[in-house]
Design a protein around this ligand. Structure first.
Ligand code: LCV
Length: 259
């Protein structure tokens, strides 16, 4: 049973996340389908990709599949983690990817939406950065995604509180490009895609890659990277990390002790 639905309209490819039973959690299986779809759109030389949930979705995506997170002792967001692969696939897709958002966007799904080139949201959309809710040590590339999408103060507030930001505030602080009434969301997003598709695809592809390289150009010494990795290891080896995962699975509030 596929976890996504695909559609092509003119030069635009659409991937609809369609695993409502698990709130479109970014499992290995679902992510592999999204990446395969983007590869197919690339082969077909489509000029825009749209990532969306089913119309009227209350949850766009609940983020990383928590059932696939290691209980402890291993980096939960390593290079070959499905979420990391999805982010790279979105960033390296050689045409604009538009996130069309209705409903709640959580954790790694929030990073996925913010890694898209444009975000068009319905008023029902909310955006939450959740590592602190689970006790997870987010990875440095992911933190850069948040920093590039918001200013430092907004990124800190979202990361430290783990509270959802609503669409109106997301637009005010520049997290999303447009907030559009739910019944106009599709038409608006496809019109935006049409505007892009009518322009020169090679020029757009190069500008997207230039901006990806420039946005990622942050100096970090090998010592600095090793320090970050050491700090992250302390977190994913901690009791709090195990408690966060366990509490989620037990459907109860976590009790963090700072150990
Ligand atoms: C697996 C799930 C999930 C899920 N994984 O429906 O950014 S980081 O570092 O945190 C990163 C590691 C990350 O992205 O972690 C995940 C962060 N996500 C969240 O904190 C959101 C967790 N989910 C929720 O708070 C609720 O599910 C929302 C508010 C999204 C939807 O609530 P609702 O009442 O509509 P349920 O909670 O009843 O979920 C329906 C089913 O989906 C599963 C959940 O366990 C339940 O499964 P069962 O029917 O088997 O009980 N589910 C939801 N989210 N991220 N599974």
């Amino acid at each position: 049973m596929p976890l996504t639905r695909l559609d092509v309209r003119d030069a635009t490819g659409v991937v609809t996340l369609d695993h409502p039973a698990k709130r479109n959690a970014l499992s290995r299986a679902l992510v592999d389908e999204v990446i395969a779809a983007l590869d197919d759109f690339h082969r077909r030389r489509l000029r825009v990709a749209i990532l969306r949930a089913a119309p009227g979705a209350k949850v766009w995506s609940a983020g990383h599949d928590v059932d696939e997170l290691p209980e402890s002792g291993r980096d939960p967001l390593g290079w070959d983690d499905p979420l990391r692969e999805l982010i790279r696939a979105v960033e390296q897709f050689p045409a604009p990817v538009i996130a069309m958002v209705e409903g709640g966007v959580w954790g790694g799904a929030c990073e996925t939406v913010l890694a898209c080139d444009l975000v068009v949201a319905a008023p029902s959309a909310t955006f939450a950065i959740t590592p602190a809710r689970l006790g997870v040590p987010y990875n440095i590339g992911g933190m850069l995604t948040f920093l590039n999408a918001a200013n430092l103060r907004i990124a800190k507030e979202m990361a430290f509180t783990a509270r959802p930001v609503d669409a109106a505030r997301a637009e005010r602080v520049g997290l999303v490009n447009h907030v559009v009434a739910a019944d106009e969301l599709e038409a608006f997003t496809f019109a935006l895609a049409g505007d892009i598709a009518a322009n020169a695809p090679l020029s757009i592809a190069v500008m997207k890659e230039q901006l990806r390289i420039l946005a990622g150009a942050h100096p970090m010494s090998p010592q600095g990277f090793e320090r970050v990795q050491g700090l992250r290891r302390l977190v994913y080896d901690s009791r709090d990390y195990r408690e966060g995962i366990r509490a989620f699975k037990d459907k109860r509030a976590p009790r963090f002790t700072g150990e």
